[in-house]
Design a protein around this ligand. Structure first.
Ligand SMILES: [Zn+2]
Length: 275
């Protein structure tokens, strides 16, 4: 109970903070002033995701039906391509169905409740592996002209991350490169960097690009892999600390499509983006 009580206090504090914030400004801020524009106001207002304990003290759907643990569960399921409906921190039919589908796919007892076994499995799947050298951001500035052929990892060269406008400057987050290399190794296939670093000027010309895009910081890459779907890329990417976007018109199971990945939240990558 104490965990839950503590958690509910946090929830109340978070709600008050949101109200105060709205009160101070008169309205919710345009989301791109504080957060990336594709994060919905709903997501912003929802209680912050908190990883639930896996000791059996919390069973989501039974002794926990709202708040940050539910948000975490919904984000985790969504990240693994099990649709929980709206990420609202509220237990409901769609979230329960997603839990059942997840349990079925993992050979767990499919009671539709996220208790000890289900949460333990889920945590193991969405927690980033820690055997990486770099934390993010670890951005290095290269010259395409003089260092374009330099290998920043086993398979990636500086020029692959260069801005499409021909600029000499190339910003590359080594934490991103290290994880892209892990993706390349995991699938055993060439990874095409469709868009890596972008100058601010170039980013403004990209339709639908976010203001302050992580591409401008050298922390994002849009990639495609022949024969691999977005769902497959995402499911692996979150286990190595990469955040990603989900698109308005998504085709998660079609192969070879471009998927955005970035290192904004390397410690808690289940915070996916949606338009
Ligand atoms: Zn992108």
């Amino acid at each position: 109970m104490s965990v839950l009580n503590k958690f509910h206090s946090k929830m109340i504090a978070a709600s008050i903070a949101v109200v105060l914030f709205i009160g101070a400004t008169g309205a919710l801020p345009a989301t791109n002033q504080v957060l990336s524009p594709w994060i919905s106001v709903t997501a912003y207002a929802a209680a912050a995701a908190v990883q639930p304990p896996t000791d059996g003290s919390v069973t989501i759907g039974s002794n926990c039906k709202s708040g940050g643990y539910v948000t975490w569960l919904q984000q985790s399921l969504k990240a693994l391509s099990f649709d929980p409906g709206t990420i609202d921190g509220l237990w409901g039919t769609k979230t329960k169905t997603a839990v059942i589908n997840y349990q079925l796919s993992r050979g767990l007892a499919h009671d539709g409740l996220a208790g000890k076994n289900t949460l333990t499995k889920l945590v193991s799947e969405v927690s980033p592996k820690s055997n990486f050298k770099y934390n993010s951001p670890n951005v290095v500035i290269y010259s395409k002209n003089t260092q374009g052929n330099v290998y920043v990892s086993k398979n990636f060269q500086v020029k692959e991350f260069a801005c499409k406008d021909g600029s000499d400057t190339v910003k590359v987050d080594l934490a991103l490169v290290e994880r892209l290399q892990a993706i390349r190794d995991h699938f055993g296939k060439a990874v095409t960097i469709v868009s890596g670093y972008r100058t601010d000027a170039y980013n403004k010309t990209v339709p639908g690009a976010a203001t302050g895009s992580y591409h401008v910081k050298g922390q994002a890459a849009d990639i495609s892999i022949s024969g691999v779907s977005r769902a497959q890329i995402r499911a692996y990417a979150i286990t190595i600390g990469l955040s990603y976007e989900i698109y308005t018109s998504d085709s998660p199971n079609a192969t070879g499509l471009t998927q955005h990945l970035d290192t904004r939240n390397i410690a808690n990558p289940i915070s996916f983006r949606q338009p």
